[in-house]
Design a protein around this ligand. Structure first.
Ligand code: NCD
Length: 307
């Protein structure tokens, strides 16, 4: 088993499949009255969050607690980080406290890689800048597999702000490893022509959402990340929504079995219409539940659990 999960590229098909299978076993636990396993008793998991998060932070906390680990939540606000302490000094503090795993979310791409050189424990990337978010890709893959029965051969369309999306990057890498066919769709300003080839040569790019929907098994909508935009990437929210938003008439172009995904948080009415987000095709709430199982599997396996 790998020690760190910094990128979806750390996972080969065998390891990724083992994590998904283990997540399935963890999910079975969620239906029981007592949801806890004693597996990580006495181990310490630190959640180190330098960026805002709702789902991911709560999900990692729930996952570690269900495995009986001791959980320390550290958020940059209200810590010595606001006094200017560097990531390295914070890492050395965690190291001194004997963290077995550090889950890190950071605005700088590559922060988890740096952290891994300063601590002895496992480092898990919970989102680094616009770079990667590998556990999101795992929970997305798990959701696809449980809804559609497989990943190999699926046609997955990822739509929107690919440029700023660590979710898109990790999904392209993991889905390609698992044999799915990915198409990136969005305005040219947010889906640069070379981005697909740079990530994974088999990935396709389209600027016309309507033309790719009839062949899709999965449509993954991305949030427009205005907080990471210094320039204007499209004329107006209305224009964006008209061309790249998933509304009900567009959803009807999908095959009967196709599912609609979104990592959250959503801009309802912008990239996704409320009726679509709340429809029976939408897996958005399921993705959150599956996130806990996927992260339990990652923590369990990285900290030495057996398959
Ligand atoms: C994403 C993130 O933070 O990268 N959200 C998440 O983890 N569920 C996507 C986003 O912020 O749009």
């Amino acid at each position: 088993m790998i020690k760190h999960l910094r990128s979806a590229a750390d996972l080969d098909a065998e390891t990724a499949t083992l994590i998904l299978d283990t997540a399935g076993e963890m999910a079975a636990l969620a239906g029981r009255e007592v949801k806890k396993l004693p597996t990580l008793r006495g181990r310490t998991v630190v959640n180190l969050f330098y960026e805002d998060s709702t789902r991911t932070r709560i999900s990692f906390e729930a996952a570690a607690k269900r495995l009986s680990a001791d959980v320390i939540n550290f958020s940059a606000k209200g810590s010595s980080v606001s006094k200017g302490e560097s990531l390295k000094d914070t890492a050395l503090t965690l190291q001194a406290m004997g963290a077995d795993a550090v889950v890190i979310r950071h605005p700088a791409s590559g922060a988890p890689h740096r952290l891994a050189s300063w601590v002895d424990g496992s480092v898990i990337n919970a989102g680094d800048g616009t770079h990667e978010h590998p556990t999101q890709a795992l929970l997305d893959a798990y959701t696809m597999r449980s809804r559609l029965g497989r990943i190999a051969g699926l046609r997955v369309v990822i739509v929107g702000d690919v440029l700023h999306s660590r979710v898109a990057r990790s999904n392209v890498l993991l889905l390609s490893t698992l044999g799915a066919k990915v198409t990136l769709v969005g305005p040219p300003t947010l889906v640069p022509v070379d981005i697909a080839a740079a990530l994974e040569p088999s990935t396709e790019v389209s600027y016309d959402l309507d033309s790719v929907l009839p062949d899709a098994d999965v449509v993954m909508m991305l949030r427009v990340q205005t907080e990471r935009m210094q320039d204007s990437f499209f004329p107006s929210a209305r224009e964006y929504s008209r061309r790249y938003g998933l509304d009900v008439p567009r959803m009807r172009k999908l095959p009967e079995h196709a599912i609609v995904m979104h990592p959250g948080p959503m801009n309802r009415g912008m990239e996704i219409a409320p009726e679509v987000a709340d429809s029976s095709r939408s897996t958005i709430v399921e993705q959150v539940a599956n996130g806990v199982s996927a992260r339990m599997a990652v923590l369990y396996l990285l900290l030495g659990g057996k398959a």
